[in-house]
Design a protein around this ligand. Structure first.
Ligand code: MN
Length: 246
């Protein structure tokens, strides 16, 4: 079922238990039915309490994250790939334990500005690790969605076409794409065409302005975006992402 949602960073920059509970309440108050959290380290938060609050407010939780460099599954270093694969499995379990429905973000590489092109071996390592993660996610009832982002945040998946090739390589039907208008505005020649190309492989959608500020303040043509989402019959969650609390 499609739900409209909002990123918790719109309400709170602080990653604290109180901050996240406040963000859940604010989201519900404003009519949002899903919220996005950044990766929650289980030892720092009372996941059970957040899960219960979310359930009582009828707000679903999704989690997004990016991998750190020392857990970059697109690395050629096997120890780093193994550490990254373990982190993804832990993240999937944390999403499951909080009663969340999806894990998204830059799961297939580090969230960083690379100063080199990806390698074939790195791509293959990432594909294999995501295929494994997809099995864990499927068992846990968690959707796995890979966010296609701009060149300053990864070197692996910058366009929907690259994302489609990647998920085809995993051989898993449980991996989908997480598209974001902010990133598409930078990388896609035609964002609406990219949405139509990705079609039913889109598992999650971020709405963000070209300047990541108030919707309508930037240059993104949202009429064309929503027309494309309607054309492909998109029925999954749409979340507004902004990192400004004012
Ligand atoms: Mn995004």
């Amino acid at each position: 079922m499609r739900r409209l949602g909002i990123h918790s960073f719109v309400w709170t920059g602080g990653q604290t238990q109180d901050g996240l509970e406040m963000a859940l309440r604010k989201s519900a108050e404003h009519g949002y039915r899903t919220i996005e959290f950044a990766y929650l380290r289980p030892e720092k938060f009372n996941l059970d309490q957040l899960a219960k609050l979310a359930q009582s407010l009828d707000v679903e939780i999704g989690v997004t994250m990016g991998l750190p460099l020392d857990k970059d599954i697109s690395s050629e270093d096997d120890a780093i790939v193994t550490a990254g694969t373990a982190m993804l499995a832990d993240a999937v379990r944390a999403v499951r334990d909080i009663g969340g429905n999806k894990l998204g973000g830059i799961l297939y590489s580090a969230h960083t500005k690379y100063n080199r092109q990806p390698t074939k071996r790195g791509w293959d390592n990432s594909v294999a690790a995501i295929a494994k993660t997809a099995d864990v996610a499927k068992q846990g009832g968690v959707d796995l969605v890979l966010e296609v982002v701009n060149r300053f945040e990864t070197n692996l998946l910058n366009t929907a076409a690259q994302g489609l090739k990647f998920i085809a390589d995993t051989g898993s039907s449980h991996v989908r794409l997480h598209l974001d208008t902010f990133h598409m505005n930078i990388e896609e020649a035609n964002p609406a065409a990219a949405i139509r190309l990705a079609g039913d492989k889109i598992g999650y959608f971020h709405i963000g302005e070209s300047n990541r500020g108030f919707l309508g303040d930037g240059v993104i043509n949202f009429d064309l975006i929503f027309d494309a989402l309607l054309d492909i019959g998109y029925k999954r969650d749409i979340v507004f992402e902004s990192f400004s609390t004012r």
